[in-house]
Design a protein around this ligand. Structure first.
Ligand code: ATP
Ligand code: MG
Ligand code: MG
Ligand code: MG
Length: 357
């Protein structure tokens, strides 16, 4: 008796393409003898298509809706299912045992779709509503990190409306308190979309206006000169952290191009660090996971300076999940293969569903 896994991918965020690539990898690696796989692809305008094929997009940049049926979710907590809009039959009557939302960014990784799964009554992989939303909002994330005693870099949060009303005053406030270089980020995004580094007032103003295109809340951080180290966390209530990995971006910082387009950035696994630093990072990673209330999986990103100071940058509750992504690579290096990792994530999804009931 196979477990019916529904992989949902795509979505409305700036990380749509990244999600499609992650989903293609996940589908390929789910053991065919153990799982029956169905898919839903969400278009950039938010329509849901059953039977969408992420591989098709990956290979030929084909429309993910090709040959797929538009569906709606039926909110029926005892027996949630999907229904074709045109009234035609779906495989398994549109039912599944568990959903794997392989989605990044707003409306995929931020608790909104998780809320829909909760309302409908579907078990699903990964963090719930709170963990997802705290893990997405860089401003609130920092607040809970601070409360948990985690070291964060100096930062400020401004609203788009404040920037628009008085751009020069915003620039002055930032240059007086944070200084240069600084990083300007939309509060709710990922894959470095909308992020810039600014070295002076002029670049800062441009960066603020640019980031404000993506979010109404903007986070400005002091730029640190440091190595970038990431750890994977796996589990529910007693989660464990992996060995650390290091990213060596070939560009000035790890931007969207360096992540996905030019393929030149190096992942060093394991990161070469003292045992003492590794243990400290692992403890911080688990603390961060618990602080936001994450479950299932997360990748926690850190900065380690030359004088061995650690800063936590962020947590990602649905990290990039291709075969060459840091999250699965770190577990692979600890002896847990990509496919076994998927088995464990699905098991954890069912476990959380039971715990929450
Ligand atoms: P992800 O794809 O990991 O979700 P993201 O969009 O959430 O990325 P961040 O990880 O916050 O963005 O930042 C992207 C990159 O920008 C970092 O990996 C790092 O290279 C650089 N960066 C961000 N903040 C800082 C900082 N305060 N100091 C130095 N570099 C930074
Ligand atoms: Mg992120
Ligand atoms: Mg992310
Ligand atoms: Mg990051």
């Amino acid at each position: 008796n196979k477990t019916k896994v529904l992989v949902i991918f795509g979505g409305q965020s700036g990380e749509h393409e990244v999600s499609v690539i992650s989903a293609a990898s996940v589908i390929k690696a789910l053991h065919a003898d153990r799982y029956e796989i169905q898919t839903i692809g969400i278009t950039k305008d938010g329509s849901w298509y059953w039977g969408a094929r992420p591989e098709a997009w990956k290979e030929a940049k084909a429309d993910i809706t090709n040959g797929a049926k538009q569906v709606a979710v039926v909110l029926n907590p005892q027996k949630p299912y999907f229904q074709a809009i045109d009234g035609s039959e779906l495989p398994d009557q549109g039912r599944c045992d568990i959903i794997f939302p392989v989605m990044h960014g707003p409306k995929g990784e931020d608790g909104t779709i998780q809320g829909l799964f909760e309302m409908a009554g579907f078990p699903y992989v990964g963090s719930g509503v709170l963990g997802s939303s705290l893990g997405m909002d860089k401003d609130r994330m920092k607040a809970v990190f601070k409360e948990a005693g985690l070291p964060i870099v100096p930062h400020l949060t401004l609203l788009r409306s404040e920037i628009n009303a008085a751009p020069k005053a915003a620039v002055k406030r930032i240059s007086d308190s944070i200084g240069f270089p600084c990083f300007i980020k939309p509060a709710n995004l990922g894959s470095s979309v909308g992020i810039s580094k600014a070295e002076d007032d002029k670049q800062l103003l441009e960066a603020l206006i640019y980031a404000a295109k993506f979010d109404r809340k903007i986070v400005i951080e002091k730029g640190v000169k440091a190595r970038e180290v990431e750890l994977s966390v796996l589990g529910n209530e007693s989660a464990k952290a992996s060995i650390p990995g290091e990213i060596k971006p070939t560009k000035d910082f790890y931007d969207y191009e360096a992540k996905y387009l030019d393929n030149s950035s190096e992942l060093i696994i394991p990161a070469i660090l003292s045992q003492k630093l590794i243990e400290q990072l692992q403890s911080y990673a688990v603390t961060a996971f618990e602080a936001v209330g994450a479950s299932g999986l997360s990748r926690v990103d850190f900065f380690v300076t030359e004088d061995k100071q650690i800063f936590i940058n962020e947590i990602n509750t649905m990290p990039g999940f291709t075969q060459i992504s840091m999250y699965p690579k770190l577990w692979e290096a600890s002896g847990l293969s990509y496919s076994l990792l998927l088995d464990e994530l699905i098991r954890l999804g069912f476990e959380k569903f039971k715990d929450d009931a």
